[in-house]
Ligand binder design. Structure first.
Ligand SMILES: Cc1cc2nc3c(=O)[nH]c(=O)nc-3n(C[C@H](O)[C@H](O)[C@H](O)COP(=O)(O)O)c2cc1C
Ligand code: SF4
Ligand code: SF4
Length: 273
C-alpha cells in the first residue's frame, strides 16, 4: 500500500478526462477504492501555467480517441511535471479494447521526462462515438457496466500493491496513421456540427461542457469556434438533441454514464481555451 507523503497528504492523484462520464465514473470508482486519492480534471490542470504533481501514485483515466489519446490528454502529458511517482498508471475507457496504442503514445511522452507507465488497462464501457454507430443496447450497457466494476476492483488492488500490468495494443502502425489523419483534420472537424434552432432552448449546457472553450452563443445558439477536439460532449449533453454531427447522428441515441450527473460533467467542464 502507498505510504509515501509528497508535499501534501495525498498518496494518489488521478487525473481524468471525460465527456460522457465513462472515464469520470472509472476514475471516481477507483478513487473510492484507494486511500487518500484525489481526482483532478485534466482541462482544468491544463489551464495552469506549470502543472505539477508530487504523489506516490499518479494515474491518468481518459477515453480512447481514434485508437490513441484525446488531444488534450496528450497536451497535458507534455506539460505536466511529475516530481515523484514510484508508480504511474493509465486507464483508457473505450468501446472496443486492445485495438489501439493509447499507452504507447502516453509512454513516448513520459519517456522524455524519464517516467514510464507501470500499469496499463482498458476499461470497456460503451462507445459514445455516434457518428460511427448508434449507442449499444441497454442490456449490453448493463453487462459491460457490471464487468467494468469487477475490473476496476482488480485495478485498484494492483495499484495498491504497485503491481506492474501490461495490456495488448494491436495494429499499432495502422492505428498511428489513423490517429494522425484525424489530428490533421482537427481544425475543420467542428464545421460538421449543426444546431437545430427550432429545438434549441438556449440552455447553455453545450457551452458549459466544452473542455476547449470552443462554443460561443452570441444569440443563444451554439457557434463552434474551430478549436474542437471532438470529445462529443456538446452533442451528447444537449437535452433536446438539437446538436448533430452532420446528418449521420440524426435519430441516434445520446449517451451519458448512468451514475454520472450532468452537473458533474459541466462542473468540471467550464469553458477553457
Ligand atoms: C473522437 C472519438 C474517438 C473515439 N475512438 C475510439 C476508438 O478508437 N476506440 C474505442 O474503443 N472507442 C472510441 N471512442 C469511444 C470512447 O473512447 C468511449 O466511449 C469512452 O469510454 C468515452 O469516455 P467518456 O464518457 O469519459 O468521454 C471514441 C470516442 C470519440 C469521441
Ligand atoms: S445544449 Fe442544446 S438546447 Fe442547450 S444551448 Fe446547446 S444546443 Fe441549445
Ligand atoms: S465543441 Fe463539442 S465536441 Fe468540440 S471540444 Fe467542445 S464539447 Fe467537445
Amino acid at each position: 500500500m502507498c505510504a509515501y507523503k509528497g508535499d501534501t497528504d495525498i498518496n494518489t492523484v488521478i487525473y481524468y478526462y471525460s465527456a460522457t462520464g465513462n472515464s469520470l465514473y472509472t476514475a471516481r470508482a477507483l478513487q473510492e477504492l484507494l486511500p487518500e486519492a484525489e481526482l483532478r480534471y485534466i482541462p482544468e490542470a491544463l489551464a495552469e501555467d506549470s502543472p505539477s504533481v508530487n504523489a506516490e501514485c499518479v494515474g491518468f483515466v481518459f477515453p480512447m480517441h481514434y485508437f490513441g489519446l484525446p488531444l488534450q490528454v496528450e497536451e497535458f502529458l507534455e506539460k505536466l511535471t511529475i516530481y515523484e511517482s514510484p508508480y504511474t498508471f493509465a486507464i483508457a475507457t473505450c468501446g472496443v479494447p486492445y485495438w489501439g496504442r493509447p499507452f504507447l503514445d502516453a509512454e513516448a511522452i513520459l519517456a522524455k521526462k524519464n517516467r514510464k507507465l507501470h500499469g496499463k488497462w482498458y476499461v470497456r464501457l460503451v462507445s459514445n462515438y455516434i457518428p460511427y454507430r448508434d449507442i449499444a443496447a441497454d442490456w449490453r450497457i448493463s453487462i459491460r457496466a457490471w464487468l467494468a466494476k469487477r475490473k476496476i476492483r482488480k485495478i485498484a488492488d494492483a495499484v495498491k500493491n504497485k503491481e506492474p500490468h501490461d495490456t495488448w495494443q494491436l495494429l499499432r502502425k495502422f492505428c498511428q496513421r489513423y490517429h494522425e489523419d484525424w489530428r490533421a483534420r482537427q481544425e475543420k472537424i467542428d464545421g460538421v456540427f449543426q444546431c437545430d434552432k427550432e429545438k434549441c432552448t438556449s440552455c447553455g449546457l453545450c457551452e458549459k461542457i466544452c473542455p476547449r472553450g470552443n462554443i460561443e452563443r452570441p444569440e443563444g445558439f451554439p457557434v463552434w469556434q474551430h478549436r474542437c477536439v471532438e470529445c462529443l460532449g456538446c452533442l451528447h449533453i444537449c437535452p433536446v438533441k438539437a446538436v448533430d454531427f452532420g446528418e449521420v447522428t440524426k435519430g441516434r441515441k445520446r449517451y451519458r454514464h448512468k451514475e454520472i450527473k450532468v452537473t458533474e460533467l459541466i462542473k468540471s467542464g467550464k469553458s477553457r481555451g
